[in-house]
Design a binder for this molecule. Structure first.
Ligand code: BMA
Length: 329
Protein backbone atom coordinates (compact mmCIF):
# COMPACT_ATOMS: atom_id res chain seq x y z
CA UNK A 1 0.00 0.00 0.00
CA UNK A 2 1.30 3.46 -0.86
CA UNK A 3 0.62 6.79 0.69
CA UNK A 4 0.65 9.65 -1.79
CA UNK A 5 3.09 11.91 0.01
CA UNK A 6 4.53 9.33 2.37
CA UNK A 7 6.77 7.10 0.31
CA UNK A 8 7.68 8.71 -2.97
CA UNK A 9 10.77 6.58 -3.43
CA UNK A 10 8.54 3.51 -3.27
CA UNK A 11 6.19 5.06 -5.84
CA UNK A 12 9.10 5.56 -8.19
CA UNK A 13 9.98 1.87 -7.91
CA UNK A 14 6.50 0.42 -8.13
CA UNK A 15 4.80 2.71 -10.59
CA UNK A 16 3.84 6.25 -11.43
CA UNK A 17 0.87 8.13 -10.03
CA UNK A 18 -1.42 9.30 -12.84
CA UNK A 19 -2.89 12.78 -12.50
CA UNK A 20 -5.41 15.01 -14.22
CA UNK A 21 -6.02 18.75 -13.95
CA UNK A 22 -9.53 19.72 -12.72
CA UNK A 23 -10.57 16.07 -12.97
CA UNK A 24 -13.70 16.02 -10.74
CA UNK A 25 -15.18 19.45 -11.55
CA UNK A 26 -15.69 19.29 -15.31
CA UNK A 27 -14.86 17.15 -18.33
CA UNK A 28 -14.99 17.15 -22.08
CA UNK A 29 -18.77 17.18 -22.29
CA UNK A 30 -19.98 18.22 -18.83
CA UNK A 31 -19.37 20.75 -16.09
CA UNK A 32 -19.98 21.11 -12.36
CA UNK A 33 -21.69 17.73 -11.71
CA UNK A 34 -20.78 16.18 -8.34
CA UNK A 35 -19.10 12.77 -8.06
CA UNK A 36 -18.18 12.76 -11.74
CA UNK A 37 -14.91 12.54 -13.68
CA UNK A 38 -14.03 11.57 -17.25
CA UNK A 39 -11.47 9.14 -15.83
CA UNK A 40 -13.98 7.60 -13.41
CA UNK A 41 -16.62 7.33 -16.14
CA UNK A 42 -14.18 5.20 -18.16
CA UNK A 43 -12.27 3.26 -15.49
CA UNK A 44 -14.45 3.38 -12.37
CA UNK A 45 -11.47 4.91 -10.57
CA UNK A 46 -10.23 8.44 -9.92
CA UNK A 47 -6.72 9.63 -10.80
CA UNK A 48 -4.11 9.32 -8.04
CA UNK A 49 -3.24 12.99 -8.49
CA UNK A 50 -5.56 15.91 -9.03
CA UNK A 51 -4.40 19.35 -10.08
CA UNK A 52 -6.31 22.58 -9.40
CA UNK A 53 -5.52 26.20 -10.22
CA UNK A 54 -5.58 29.17 -7.85
CA UNK A 55 -5.77 31.86 -10.55
CA UNK A 56 -8.17 34.51 -9.22
CA UNK A 57 -7.60 33.86 -5.51
CA UNK A 58 -5.35 36.96 -5.50
CA UNK A 59 -8.36 39.09 -6.55
CA UNK A 60 -10.57 37.77 -3.78
CA UNK A 61 -12.73 36.10 -6.43
CA UNK A 62 -15.15 33.27 -5.59
CA UNK A 63 -14.24 31.38 -8.79
CA UNK A 64 -10.93 30.74 -10.50
CA UNK A 65 -10.05 31.79 -14.04
CA UNK A 66 -11.79 28.71 -15.46
CA UNK A 67 -14.96 29.43 -13.41
CA UNK A 68 -14.29 26.71 -10.81
CA UNK A 69 -15.55 27.91 -7.39
CA UNK A 70 -12.79 27.92 -4.75
CA UNK A 71 -15.21 26.36 -2.25
CA UNK A 72 -15.71 23.48 -4.65
CA UNK A 73 -11.94 23.07 -5.07
CA UNK A 74 -11.62 22.88 -1.28
CA UNK A 75 -14.23 20.11 -1.10
CA UNK A 76 -12.53 18.19 -3.91
CA UNK A 77 -9.13 18.52 -2.24
CA UNK A 78 -10.67 17.05 0.93
CA UNK A 79 -12.29 14.21 -1.04
CA UNK A 80 -9.03 13.43 -2.83
CA UNK A 81 -7.20 13.41 0.50
CA UNK A 82 -9.75 10.93 1.91
CA UNK A 83 -9.00 8.67 -1.08
CA UNK A 84 -5.30 8.78 -0.20
CA UNK A 85 -4.54 10.73 -3.35
CA UNK A 86 -2.27 13.66 -4.00
CA UNK A 87 -3.22 17.26 -4.83
CA UNK A 88 -1.08 19.72 -6.74
CA UNK A 89 -1.88 23.43 -7.08
CA UNK A 90 -0.80 25.64 -9.96
CA UNK A 91 -1.42 29.37 -10.06
CA UNK A 92 -2.20 31.66 -13.02
CA UNK A 93 -2.54 34.99 -11.19
CA UNK A 94 -3.10 38.34 -12.86
CA UNK A 95 -0.12 40.56 -13.55
CA UNK A 96 -0.10 42.91 -10.54
CA UNK A 97 1.62 45.60 -12.59
CA UNK A 98 -1.44 46.32 -14.76
CA UNK A 99 -4.11 43.85 -13.60
CA UNK A 100 -3.95 42.07 -16.94
CA UNK A 101 -3.84 38.25 -17.05
CA UNK A 102 -0.95 35.83 -16.45
CA UNK A 103 -0.26 35.99 -20.18
CA UNK A 104 0.64 39.68 -20.10
CA UNK A 105 4.40 39.93 -20.68
CA UNK A 106 5.06 43.59 -19.87
CA UNK A 107 8.83 43.92 -19.39
CA UNK A 108 9.87 44.61 -15.81
CA UNK A 109 6.81 42.89 -14.33
CA UNK A 110 8.78 40.79 -11.85
CA UNK A 111 11.12 43.63 -10.85
CA UNK A 112 8.00 45.61 -9.90
CA UNK A 113 6.77 43.00 -7.40
CA UNK A 114 10.14 42.43 -5.70
CA UNK A 115 11.11 44.44 -2.59
CA UNK A 116 11.47 48.10 -3.55
CA UNK A 117 9.21 47.64 -6.59
CA UNK A 118 6.10 49.71 -7.27
CA UNK A 119 3.71 46.78 -6.73
CA UNK A 120 5.55 44.99 -3.95
CA UNK A 121 3.05 45.72 -1.18
CA UNK A 122 0.06 44.79 -3.27
CA UNK A 123 1.78 41.62 -4.39
CA UNK A 124 2.56 40.62 -0.79
CA UNK A 125 -1.18 40.92 -0.12
CA UNK A 126 -1.83 38.62 -3.07
CA UNK A 127 0.62 36.08 -1.69
CA UNK A 128 -1.20 36.39 1.63
CA UNK A 129 -4.52 35.53 -0.03
CA UNK A 130 -2.97 32.44 -1.65
CA UNK A 131 -1.49 31.46 1.72
CA UNK A 132 -4.84 31.90 3.51
CA UNK A 133 -6.61 29.74 0.95
CA UNK A 134 -4.05 26.91 1.08
CA UNK A 135 -4.20 27.11 4.89
CA UNK A 136 -7.96 26.56 4.67
CA UNK A 137 -7.45 23.11 3.09
CA UNK A 138 -8.09 21.01 6.20
CA UNK A 139 -9.19 17.40 6.67
CA UNK A 140 -12.17 16.16 8.71
CA UNK A 141 -10.14 16.49 11.91
CA UNK A 142 -9.04 20.03 11.16
CA UNK A 143 -5.54 18.94 10.15
CA UNK A 144 -3.73 20.62 7.28
CA UNK A 145 -3.91 18.59 4.06
CA UNK A 146 -0.42 18.31 2.53
CA UNK A 147 -0.39 19.55 -1.06
CA UNK A 148 2.19 20.26 -3.74
CA UNK A 149 2.31 23.96 -4.65
CA UNK A 150 3.84 24.59 -8.09
CA UNK A 151 3.94 28.34 -8.69
CA UNK A 152 5.74 30.27 -11.45
CA UNK A 153 5.85 27.38 -13.92
CA UNK A 154 7.28 27.49 -17.47
CA UNK A 155 9.43 30.51 -16.53
CA UNK A 156 11.87 29.82 -19.36
CA UNK A 157 9.10 30.42 -21.90
CA UNK A 158 8.06 33.92 -22.94
CA UNK A 159 4.28 33.76 -22.35
CA UNK A 160 3.75 34.55 -18.63
CA UNK A 161 4.53 37.77 -16.75
CA UNK A 162 7.08 35.81 -14.69
CA UNK A 163 8.63 34.37 -17.87
CA UNK A 164 11.77 35.07 -19.83
CA UNK A 165 10.28 38.09 -21.68
CA UNK A 166 9.50 39.97 -18.49
CA UNK A 167 12.15 38.91 -15.99
CA UNK A 168 15.81 38.05 -15.76
CA UNK A 169 16.67 34.65 -14.26
CA UNK A 170 17.88 36.45 -11.10
CA UNK A 171 14.56 38.31 -10.76
CA UNK A 172 12.66 35.09 -11.34
CA UNK A 173 14.63 33.30 -8.64
CA UNK A 174 13.99 36.18 -6.23
CA UNK A 175 10.25 35.90 -6.98
CA UNK A 176 10.18 32.18 -6.24
CA UNK A 177 12.18 32.59 -3.04
CA UNK A 178 9.96 35.45 -1.86
CA UNK A 179 6.90 33.28 -2.48
CA UNK A 180 8.51 30.47 -0.49
CA UNK A 181 9.19 32.81 2.43
CA UNK A 182 5.55 33.94 2.52
CA UNK A 183 4.05 30.44 2.35
CA UNK A 184 6.51 27.88 3.65
CA UNK A 185 5.08 27.92 7.18
CA UNK A 186 2.03 26.00 5.90
CA UNK A 187 2.29 22.50 7.34
CA UNK A 188 3.14 19.77 4.86
CA UNK A 189 3.43 22.10 1.88
CA UNK A 190 5.69 20.65 -0.84
CA UNK A 191 7.17 22.81 -3.58
CA UNK A 192 7.03 21.89 -7.24
CA UNK A 193 9.11 23.71 -9.83
CA UNK A 194 8.89 23.09 -13.58
CA UNK A 195 10.48 24.68 -16.63
CA UNK A 196 8.86 24.16 -20.01
CA UNK A 197 10.43 21.91 -22.64
CA UNK A 198 13.18 23.74 -24.50
CA UNK A 199 14.83 21.92 -27.41
CA UNK A 200 17.37 24.68 -27.96
CA UNK A 201 19.32 24.40 -24.70
CA UNK A 202 20.22 22.09 -21.84
CA UNK A 203 20.98 24.64 -19.14
CA UNK A 204 17.45 25.98 -18.47
CA UNK A 205 17.16 23.95 -15.24
CA UNK A 206 20.32 25.36 -13.73
CA UNK A 207 19.62 28.89 -15.06
CA UNK A 208 16.27 29.30 -13.27
CA UNK A 209 16.61 26.97 -10.27
CA UNK A 210 15.53 28.71 -7.04
CA UNK A 211 17.78 26.46 -4.92
CA UNK A 212 17.63 23.19 -2.99
CA UNK A 213 16.03 24.80 0.02
CA UNK A 214 13.01 26.00 -1.98
CA UNK A 215 12.14 23.00 -4.16
CA UNK A 216 10.98 19.44 -3.39
CA UNK A 217 9.93 18.25 -6.84
CA UNK A 218 11.69 19.04 -10.11
CA UNK A 219 9.29 18.78 -13.02
CA UNK A 220 8.99 19.32 -16.74
CA UNK A 221 6.03 20.67 -18.74
CA UNK A 222 5.92 19.10 -22.21
CA UNK A 223 2.99 19.14 -24.65
CA UNK A 224 2.21 17.87 -28.11
CA UNK A 225 0.45 20.74 -29.87
CA UNK A 226 0.25 18.94 -33.20
CA UNK A 227 3.74 17.56 -33.85
CA UNK A 228 2.54 13.97 -33.46
CA UNK A 229 3.36 11.06 -31.17
CA UNK A 230 6.83 10.35 -32.49
CA UNK A 231 8.03 13.93 -32.06
CA UNK A 232 6.31 14.13 -28.68
CA UNK A 233 8.08 11.00 -27.50
CA UNK A 234 11.44 12.36 -28.64
CA UNK A 235 10.77 15.73 -26.99
CA UNK A 236 9.61 14.31 -23.65
CA UNK A 237 12.48 11.86 -23.44
CA UNK A 238 15.02 14.57 -24.19
CA UNK A 239 13.49 16.93 -21.62
CA UNK A 240 13.06 14.27 -18.93
CA UNK A 241 16.65 13.10 -19.37
CA UNK A 242 17.79 16.64 -18.51
CA UNK A 243 15.31 16.97 -15.66
CA UNK A 244 16.16 13.53 -14.26
CA UNK A 245 19.89 14.27 -14.13
CA UNK A 246 19.17 17.64 -12.53
CA UNK A 247 16.77 16.14 -9.95
CA UNK A 248 19.26 13.40 -9.11
CA UNK A 249 22.13 15.88 -8.65
CA UNK A 250 19.96 17.90 -6.27
CA UNK A 251 18.34 15.00 -4.43
CA UNK A 252 14.81 15.91 -5.62
CA UNK A 253 11.80 13.95 -6.82
CA UNK A 254 11.09 13.97 -10.56
CA UNK A 255 7.64 14.55 -12.13
CA UNK A 256 6.09 15.18 -15.53
CA UNK A 257 4.17 18.12 -14.10
CA UNK A 258 2.07 19.02 -17.18
CA UNK A 259 1.65 17.06 -20.35
CA UNK A 260 -0.70 15.76 -23.00
CA UNK A 261 -1.36 15.44 -26.70
CA UNK A 262 -3.81 18.17 -27.64
CA UNK A 263 -7.07 16.60 -28.91
CA UNK A 264 -5.33 13.18 -28.84
CA UNK A 265 -5.33 12.36 -32.58
CA UNK A 266 -3.33 9.20 -31.76
CA UNK A 267 -5.99 6.81 -30.42
CA UNK A 268 -3.26 4.61 -28.88
CA UNK A 269 -1.47 7.57 -27.31
CA UNK A 270 -1.78 6.35 -23.72
CA UNK A 271 -0.40 2.80 -24.05
CA UNK A 272 1.57 3.30 -27.27
CA UNK A 273 3.37 6.58 -26.52
CA UNK A 274 2.95 7.76 -22.94
CA UNK A 275 3.29 4.45 -21.07
CA UNK A 276 6.71 3.47 -22.50
CA UNK A 277 7.95 6.94 -21.50
CA UNK A 278 6.57 6.55 -17.97
CA UNK A 279 8.38 3.20 -17.70
CA UNK A 280 11.70 4.75 -18.72
CA UNK A 281 11.99 7.40 -15.99
CA UNK A 282 11.71 7.28 -12.17
CA UNK A 283 8.68 9.56 -12.08
CA UNK A 284 6.77 10.39 -8.92
CA UNK A 285 3.72 11.50 -10.88
CA UNK A 286 2.49 12.66 -14.28
CA UNK A 287 -0.26 15.26 -14.68
CA UNK A 288 -2.34 15.32 -17.86
CA UNK A 289 -3.85 18.73 -18.50
CA UNK A 290 -7.53 19.61 -18.42
CA UNK A 291 -10.45 18.49 -20.55
CA UNK A 292 -11.76 22.04 -20.77
CA UNK A 293 -15.54 22.30 -20.51
CA UNK A 294 -15.42 25.56 -22.47
CA UNK A 295 -12.91 24.68 -25.19
CA UNK A 296 -12.98 21.45 -27.23
CA UNK A 297 -9.37 22.04 -28.26
CA UNK A 298 -8.16 21.50 -24.72
CA UNK A 299 -8.81 17.76 -24.61
CA UNK A 300 -5.95 15.80 -22.99
CA UNK A 301 -7.32 12.69 -21.24
CA UNK A 302 -9.75 10.13 -22.67
CA UNK A 303 -13.45 10.85 -22.22
CA UNK A 304 -16.44 8.49 -22.48
CA UNK A 305 -17.59 7.82 -26.02
CA UNK A 306 -14.36 9.10 -27.51
CA UNK A 307 -12.02 6.99 -29.70
CA UNK A 308 -9.30 6.91 -26.99
CA UNK A 309 -11.54 5.18 -24.44
CA UNK A 310 -10.42 1.56 -24.92
CA UNK A 311 -6.75 2.52 -24.97
CA UNK A 312 -7.12 4.49 -21.76
CA UNK A 313 -8.78 1.51 -20.07
CA UNK A 314 -5.73 -0.60 -20.98
CA UNK A 315 -3.50 2.20 -19.64
CA UNK A 316 -5.43 2.11 -16.35
CA UNK A 317 -5.12 -1.70 -16.15
CA UNK A 318 -1.33 -1.66 -16.57
CA UNK A 319 0.48 -2.42 -13.28
CA UNK A 320 2.78 0.55 -13.72
CA UNK A 321 0.03 3.19 -13.67
CA UNK A 322 -1.27 4.12 -10.21
CA UNK A 323 -4.77 5.49 -9.77
CA UNK A 324 -6.70 6.36 -6.59
CA UNK A 325 -7.66 2.70 -5.90
CA UNK A 326 -3.95 1.82 -5.76
CA UNK A 327 -3.35 4.41 -3.02
CA UNK A 328 -5.78 3.49 -0.26
CA UNK A 329 -4.95 5.65 2.77
C1 BMA B 1 -3.77 26.97 -19.35
C2 BMA B 1 -4.92 26.75 -20.31
C3 BMA B 1 -5.92 27.83 -20.01
C4 BMA B 1 -6.33 27.77 -18.54
C5 BMA B 1 -5.12 27.77 -17.61
C6 BMA B 1 -5.48 27.52 -16.17
O1 BMA B 1 -2.69 26.18 -19.66
O2 BMA B 1 -5.50 25.49 -20.11
O3 BMA B 1 -7.05 27.65 -20.82
O4 BMA B 1 -7.15 28.87 -18.21
O5 BMA B 1 -4.23 26.76 -18.03
O6 BMA B 1 -6.19 26.34 -16.00
Amino acid sequence: MLSALGCPAQNARTGVMIGHQDDPVYGRAWAWDEGRSDVKDICGDYPAVMGFDLGGIELGAAENLDRVPFDRIRREVQAQHRRGGLVTLSWHPHNPVNDSTSWDTTPGSVANVLPGGRCHRQFRRWLGLARDYIRSLKDDNGRQIPVVFRPWHEMNGGWFWWGSKSATPAEYIALYQMTWRELHSIRGLRWGWSPNRDDTRTDHYSAYYPGDRYVDIVGADVYDFGEGSEAYSRNVRRELAIAEAFARDHGKLLALTETGQQQIPDTCFFTGTLLPILKSFPLYYVLLWRNAWDNQKEYYIAAPGMPQEADFRRFHADRHTLFANDLKP
